[in-house]
Design a protein. Structure first.
Length: 299
C-alpha cells in the first residue's frame, strides 16, 4: 500500500496537471529573439496565476549549460536559432511538488531533443514497485547511446516529498547497481540529460539559485534581516537571487548572499555545464510509483 493518503496523492495530481498546463503554454513562447529572462518570469507568473507557487526558480539553460541557470534580473541573453533551450519548472501546492522540463531546438539540434524525450519514455516504462533504480538508468543509457549520443552520468533524477525537492533517492541516467529500490507511493522526478559531449557536467563559479540550510551567527544586521525573509518566504525550497533584487540593491544583495553561503546558512546551486562544451537536451516528468508501473502527474 502507498504511504501516501488519497488526499496527498490528489494534491500531487492536481499540481502536476497545473504544471503541465504551464509547460505547454510556455513551450509556445520559447522562440528565437525572446530573452531567457522573459521565459523565466513568464513561467513563474503562470504558476502563480493558477494558484500555486514556484517550487524553485525557472531554469532556462542554453546549449552546453545543463542546469541551474535561472537568469539574473539584468540578463539580456536572447535565444538564437542555433540554441538548444532547456526549460525546467517546478510548482507546489501546500508543499506538494511537481517538476517537469522540456527542450526546444531547431534544425540539426532537433534530433538531440527527440532522443531526450525517447529516453524519458523508456525510463517511465521501466518504473514499478520493487525495481532497482539502476534499471531506470539502464533504459536511459541504452536509448541514448543507441542514438549516438551520451547520457550525462553525474546528473540524476530524484525523489520528491512535501517541501523537499531532493528527498533521498537519486535516479541515475546510466546503468548502476545502487541497492535503492522503489516502493509504491514514491514520488519521483525522472529527468534524462542527453549530450553531444563527453557526458559529464562540472560547476561554474556563477550562482543564481540558493536554498536555506540552517541558522548561523552573522555579522551584518542587513544579512540577518535577509536570512529571516528567506526562511519566512521560501522555507526549505530553492529561490532565485532575482526574486530578492527588488528589495535590495545589487551590491548589498551580493554581499549578504556571500556571507550567508560562506557561513553555511545557504546552499549555492552552481551553474552546471557539459565538460567538453557539448550541447545538452533534457526531458522530465513527475511520476507516482504504483505496484505494476507508475502514474505520470505532469502529462
Amino acid at each position: 500500500m502507498s504511504a501516501l493518503s488519497e488526499e496527498e496523492l490528489e494534491k500531487y495530481r492536481r499540481v502536476g496537471r497545473l504544471l503541465a498546463e504551464v509547460r505547454e503554454d510556455l513551450r509556445k513562447a520559447v522562440k528565437p529573439g525572446v530573452k531567457v529572462l522573459e521565459v523565466a518570469e513568464m513561467a513563474e507568473e503562470l504558476i502563480r496565476q493558477r494558484g500555486a507557487k514556484p517550487a524553485f526558480p525557472c531554469n532556462v539553460s542554453l546549449n552546453e549549460i545543463a542546469a541551474h541557470y535561472s537568469p539574473p534580473a539584468d540578463d539580456q541573453t536572447v535565444i538564437g536559432e542555433n540554441d538548444v533551450v532547456k526549460v525546467d519548472i517546478g510548482a507546489h501546492l501546500d508543499g506538494y511538488i511537481a517538476d517537469t522540463a522540456f527542450t526546444v531546438a531547431w534544425g540539426e539540434n532537433l534530433r538531440l531533443v527527440e532522443v531526450a524525450e525517447k529516453a524519458l519514455e523508456a525510463a517511465i516504462a521501466t518504473i514499478r514497485s520493487g525495481i532497482d533504480v539502476g534499471e531506470i538508468g539502464r533504459a536511459v543509457q541504452q536509448t541514448v547511446e543507441e542514438a549516438g549520443f551520451k547520457p550525462i552520468r553525474n546528473l540524476t533524477g530524484h525523489s520528491l516529498a512535501r517541501w523537499d525537492l531532493h528527498a533521498g533517492i537519486s535516479i541515475p541516467n546510466v546503468a548502476e547497481r545502487t541497492g535503492q529500490t522503489l516502493e509504491e507511493g514514491d514520488v519521483l522526478a525522472i529527468e534524462p540529460f542527453v549530450t553531444t559531449g563527453v557526458g559529464f557536467v562540472e560547476d561554474r563559479e556563477n550562482v543564481y539559485i540558493f536554498r536555506y540550510q540552517r541558522d548561523v551567527p552573522v555579522r551584518l544586521r542587513m544579512t540577518r534581516q535577509l536570512l529571516r525573509e528567506i526562511k519566512q518566504e521560501y522555507g526549505t525550497l530553492p529561490f532565485a537571487e532575482r526574486w530578492l533584487s527588488k528589495k535590495f540593491s545589487k551590491i548589498r544583495l551580493e554581499l549578504c548572499l556571500k556571507e550567508l553561503v560562506s557561513g553555511g546558512a545557504l546552499w549555492p546551486y552552481h551553474v552546471l555545464v557539459e565538460r567538453s562544451g557539448g550541447k545538452v537536451a533534457q526531458a522530465e516528468h513527475t511520476v507516482i510509483v504504483t505496484e505494476k508501473g507508475c502514474e505520470v502527474t505532469t502529462l
